[in-house]
Structure formats: C-alpha cells, structure tokens
Design a protein around this ligand. Structure first.
Ligand code: SF4
Length: 376
C-alpha cells in the first residue's frame, strides 16, 4: 500500500530478595500495561507515576483519549468512536511529543498510522497468531528468553510508553512469561549459572520504563556476573519519550563495566525531530553503541524515499541503521504487511542509493532458526 492511499479495510473516516532486593518489576514500573485482561497491571497506574522527573510527567500526560487525539490533530470527531471500537483491550496510548510530530488534518500521517486503532485489527487473518515467534517456547526461566547462542533477553516489564498497533505486546502474556520481580530474580540466577551467556538484552515492553534507581540496581546485579560482557537495551523511549534520557541514565551507561549497546526503534524520519536528536546526542556522550531497528510497515515507510531519508537522518544523529524487520505476524496486524518480494525490491533500491553502512539488514524472525533470517 502506498503512503498516499486509504487502506481499503480501514473505514476510519466512516466510522524481596525479590522486590526488596531488586525492586525492579514492581507495579509502579508497569505503568502503561497494554492489556490487563492478559495478566498485566492496570492502565490506571499510567496516571499515578507523576513523580518529579519530567519523563514521568510526560508519560503520565500521554494521550489516551480518542476525542483528544482527534482534537489535537484536527480530525473529524466521528473518528474517535471508530478508534474506541477498534482498540479493544489494547488501548490508544501515545506520548504528546510524538503526536506533535504528526501532520494535522490527515488520517494518513505515517506516525499516526502506527498508533491509530483501526477496525481491520478486529478481522481474522489466516496465518497471524498471538505468539507467532513462539517466544513462550523459548523461555529458559521465568522472565528470560533465549533464542540465540551467547545472549539472552530479560523481560523486565510488560509495559511501554506507546501502543504501536503492530506490536506483539498486544497479545503477549507477560504474567505467564514471568515479567515480574520474582521472574527477574530467577532469570538472574539462571544467567549467573550459565557461563556461555555473555550478553544480556533488556527488553519488555520497554525496559527504560524502569526508573534510574531500579535500572541501576538491575545493572549492578548484572555487572556482578563475571562472564557477562555486554548490556544491550532495546528501547523506543529515546524516540517517543526523549525526556527519558536523563542524567542518571547517561551516567549509568557511561559508568558500567559492561559494553553498552542501545538499540532504538524508529520507523520514519519524521519521528526524529530535534528533541530526539538532543536525547540521542546524550546517549552518544555515554559512549553507547547506537543502533536502530525499524519495522517495514505498509502505509508508513514502504517507500524508497522514506527508507532512504530514515537511514540518512539516523546516520546524521550517530545511529547505525541495523535492522529493517519484516512484520511479525501477530494477529490484528495484517494490514501492515509488506509482501516479501516488494520488501526485497525496496532493499535492492536502497543499496543502490546509500553507502553500505547506511543500509539496514532486511530480516525476518523465524521461530526455531539459530539467528534472524537475512532476506537479501
Ligand atoms: S515501542 Fe516497541 S514494545 Fe512499545 S509498543 Fe511499540 S513496538 Fe511494542
């Protein structure tokens, strides 16, 4: 689907040691749980984390009300009813700063399309599933996912600051996976007992929803495991909530003995405004290796011009375009799918326009494979 067309199925316009020891995955941290019905904590907590830090205020102030979103963007108020109907138990959630980067008066804005609940999410799509990557089958311990050799992924929270409509979080049973204080403690014990693991990936949800104190305690525990060498953080917060890049976070990354890799997630160059540039500059100061992973999304970034502009903007900011993912086939996301053949064509086009270091690897995650599958 081109960025200029209206999606055919989307009638938007019509319609102790545990918590004492770590205090990491306590309920306050899970402040924007996507789906309480699947064992998460309540969304009401999103509004209660209004402590002094500006990022927590920005988080609490995120847009959740469809009517307000329509008002901010100059959209017909009738759209709000459709959003409510479409959202189901994965509600609208988008930080105000991200909304400010959207173009008003259009439902086709590429940033808006990433967060806008659409009726097509409710339609059955053969081949799409709740857990298409079989993450639950890759659990080594509660809260610890290991799919590939040498590294493992710690689920520190099920919460995020934004609800991207293509995200697996909409269906993933975090409580069952052990994304809580007890799970993290068990996961750390497992990491400590396995000398073949050299890299820990903090993930979720978004691990930067842990405040600096909790993150510091977690990193301190990981640093004490001698065979761990690298700390990787997968986070979209530097992009959607740049105020999260605090002095405390920068110090933590700069001071740890672990080599730090921060993998951010931006899909479109319009996401990377000056507030993001300033946050990224602070991460550069922390001497973290900065990578970006994007998802190829119909109507959002499935054009050569947009992908080229995204890579160039990332490089300007000091971020290496790392992965361009094909969509994970999570149920409710089929309208974002870009066919593999078209994706390969876009990738070949990019190679003809950009230096090699600015071309992200086109990948798909396939359950059971020993690494991500490179498609070109
Ligand atoms: S930022 Fe990442 S974890 Fe959060 S909703 Fe979007 S895709 Fe999911």
């Amino acid at each position: 689907m081109s960025a200029g067309s209206i999606p055919p199925l989307l009638p938007l316009h019509a319609a102790s040691l545990l918590s004492q020891k770590l205090a990491i995955a306590k309920p306050q941290a899970d402040s924007c749980d996507p789906n309480p019905a699947k064992g998460h904590l309540g969304n009401s907590l999103c509004r209660s984390t209004t402590a002094g830090n500006s990022w927590q205020r920005d988080l609490a102030d995120a847009v959740r009300d469809p009517e307000e979103l329509c008002q901010l963007l100059g959209l017909d108020s009738a759209v709000a009813a459709t959003i409510r109907q479409a959202a189901g138990d994965f509600p609208l959630l988008v930080p105000r700063g991200f909304v400010s980067r959207m173009q008003p008066n259009t439902l086709l804005d590429p940033l808006l399309l990433q967060v806008l609940p659409r009726i097509s999410e409710r339609l059955p799509s053969p081949g799409y599933a709740a857990d298409p990557l079989h993450e639950l089958g890759s659990l080594r311990a509660p809260g610890l996912v290991q799919k590939y050799a040498g590294r493992a992924l710690l689920l520190v929270t099920g919460a995020c600051a934004i609800n991207c409509r293509y995200c697996f979080r909409r269906e993933f049973p975090y409580a069952q996976a052990g994304a809580n204080a007890a799970g993290i403690e068990a996961a750390i014990d497992t990491l400590a007992a396995d000398p073949t693991i050299h890299e820990v990936i903090l993930s979720g949800g978004d691990p930067l929803l842990l405040d600096d104190a909790r993150l510091g305690r977690l990193v301190g525990r990981l640093e004490s495991i001698p065979h761990l060498r690298r700390l990787r953080i997968h986070s979209r917060l530097p992009i959607v909530l740049p105020s999260r890049v605090t002095d405390g976070l920068v110090s933590l990354l700069a001071d740890t003995r672990l080599a730090c890799v921060v993998v951010v997630h931006a899909n479109h160059p319009a996401e990377l405004d000056e507030s993001v540039a300033a946050a990224v500059a602070r991460l550069v100061d922390a001497r973290a290796i900065l990578l970006n992973q994007a998802v190829l999304l119909a109507g959002v970034n499935d054009s050569l011009d947009i992908l080229k502009a995204l890579s160039e903007r990332l490089i300007d900011l000091g971020i290496v375009p790392y992965y361009l993912h094909l969509l994970d086939r999570v149920q409710g996301t089929a309208h974002f799918e870009v066919p593999e053949e078209r994706a390969a064509g876009l990738y070949d086009g990019l190679r003809g326009l950009l230096p090699g270091y600015a071309v992200p690897r086109l990948v798909r995650e396939v359950p059971g494979e020993p690494s991500k599958v490179w498609l070109s």
